[in-house]
Design a protein around this ligand. Structure first.
Ligand code: Z5A
Length: 209
């Protein structure tokens, strides 16, 4: 049996990941491909509890190193319990954020040492890397406007726009550094156009190579 394909979706706040994952699900349904959709931080009971700790706002918010280690703790659980078993069984995994988010948010946004992130990546993931990473690109002000229409803000959503500008720059740098794995999609277009661009990308990257 062929191993499943591992696809990750990334981008700044409110860029439309959840919306476009719904489109990807329909696309794969039409092709009768077996897949599961999951997210980070999260994807297992324990990892979702860690997510709550990371996003909640209280009097003892995590220091940067604590935040980074919590993210990789959740990831270790998620990989061993959900992602790897699915891929081994030939099931495709569509993941809303993965380690590129750590490079972008903790590395780019917070300015943490990317060498440390890379060491943790190797420790937690071994050789596991996504087969395809879709980076939805949007100016952060538009993304924040979209996201903030939804109501109460979590700990990340309260960051200033300058933080998200650095996050976006880090994502675009990742796309430049890993052109075979990553593709940048302009998420500022009308939703139907974004979906069409994603469909074309999936076709060319996954079914024509
Ligand atoms: N985080 C981290 O720091 N380090 C890590 O390693 C990881 C994560 C893995 C939670 O992530 C936080 O964790 C995240 C970074 C941190 N915080 N931030 N920022 P999350 O992915 O769960 O949270 P999120 O970024 O806040 O996702 P989101 O707000 O759910 O955004 P989205 O899924 O990208 O957007 P959406 O819900 O699909 O769309 C937002 C709205 O825009 C919605 O009303 C749509 O109808 C609308 N939309 C979507 N597309 C369009 C277009 N094309 N035109 C117009 N309107 C649109």
């Amino acid at each position: 049996m062929n191993r499943g394909i591992f696809i990750t979706i990334e981008g700044v706040e409110g860029v439309g990941k959840s919306t476009n994952i719904e489109f990807i699900k329909k696309y794969l349904d039409n092709l009768n491909i077996d897949y599961l959709v999951t997210r980070e931080p999260g994807g297992t009971l324990l990892a979702e509890n860690i997510r709550d700790l990371l996003l909640s706002i209280d009097d003892d918010s995590p220091v940067e190193l604590c935040e980074l280690l919590l993210i990789f703790s959740a990831r270790a659980q998620h990989i061993q319990k959900v992602i790897e078993p699915a891929l081994e069984r030939g099931i495709w995994v569509i993941c809303d954020r993965f380690t590129d988010a750590t490079y972008a948010y903790q590395g780019g946004g917070r300015g943490m040492n990317t060498g440390l992130i890379s060491e943790l990546e190797t420790m937690v993931q071994g050789s596991l890397r996504p087969d395809l990473t879709i980076i939805l690109d949007l100016d952060p002000e538009t993304g924040l406007r979209r996201a903030r229409n939804r109501g109460e803000l979590d700990r990340f959503e309260r960051e200033h726009v300058e933080f998200f500008i650095k996050v976006r720059e880090a994502y675009l740098q990742i796309a430049t550094d890993f052109p075979k794995r990553c593709a940048v999609i302009n998420a500022g277009k009308e939703l139907g156009e974004v979906s069409r661009d994603i469909a074309l990308l999936l076709k060319t990257r996954l079914f024509e190579e």
